[in-house]
Design a protein around this ligand. Structure first.
Ligand code: CTP
Ligand code: MG
Length: 230
């Protein structure tokens, strides 16, 4: 089992309101970007990392890769206007077959065990995503009023990584481009090909650092992990 991974890292982090790319914020004195990269750098099944980078961050990212001895980044590609465009720029540089993972650089707490389960599932089925069952009661709301309560047992909160056969993901991106379809994750592009996507249960720690409160959750998760490893 091996895979390559695309890490979209070319956002602006506007909702974090840090005045810079949130991936450069530090947790335990190390940038979020490096926390995420280290998971893949340390995974023997990962054969290469493609990093989508905003031109304004490129120099700093390159310096960080050097400083933290990250060797698996095979390509830095320019990001696009939307996350989907950043990923497509990265996907176009891949010429091999096999399994590709797409993982938000802003999710530093992904575990190797889950990456492996996801990759194995994608090898069998072609498309697999990670997520967790919804915990809250969910309601559909329109103009400030509840329309209905949605049956929770069938709802999952979906995360990254998402794993696909490379040929399948390329086909999905080509179709999305033709149709001007913009999705919020990669699976939604693959679903449009009417291909079944398998869901693998992950864990609630795999948060995406999005708004300032998420930094408090991140500190707590790091503390918990330190206890696990000692
Ligand atoms: N991303 C990207 N290219 C874009 C937009 C986002 O590569 N044009 C990346 C981000 O760097 C992040 C991931 O996609 O790792 C998930 O996006 P999100 O959490 O929305 O990050 P930002 O777009 O940076 O944040 P915001 O939407 O608050 O500006
Ligand atoms: Mg965004």
């Amino acid at each position: 089992m091996t895979y390559q991974v695309i890490l979209p890292a070319a956002g602006q982090g506007k909702r974090m309101r840090a005045g810079k790319n949130k991936l450069l914020l530090e947790l335990n004195e190390m940038p979020v970007l490096i926390h995420t990269l280290k998971v893949f750098e340390g995974d023997e099944a990962c054969t290469g990392i493609i990093l989508a980078t905003h031109p304004q961050d490129e120099e700093e990212f390159r310096a960080l890769l050097k400083k933290y001895l990250i060797t698996k980044v095979i390509n830095l590609v320019p990001g696009g206007e939307e996350r989907q465009h950043s990923i497509y720029n990265a996907l176009k540089t891949i010429e091999t077959n096999g399994i590709i993972l797409v993982h938000d650089a802003a999710r530093p707490f992904i575990r190797k065990g889950h990456i492996h389960r996801l990759t194995e599932t994608a090898e069998e089925t072609g498309a697999a995503i990670i997520g967790v069952p919804a915990k809250d009661t969910m309601k559909r709301v329109q103009d400030g009023a509840v329309v209905e309560t949605v049956e929770r047992s069938s709802l999952w909160a979906v995360q990254t990584p998402q794993a696909f056969r490379i040929s399948l993901l390329k086909e999905a991106y080509e179709k999305a481009e033709r149709d001007y379809f913009l999705g919020t994750d990669d699976s939604s592009l693959v679903e449009r090909l009417n291909v079944p996507v398998t869901i693998v249960e992950g864990d609630y720690d795999n948060i995406k650092l999005t708004t300032p409160e998420d930094l408090y959750f991140a500190e707590a998760i790091l503390k918990k992990r330190e206890k696990e490893f000692c």
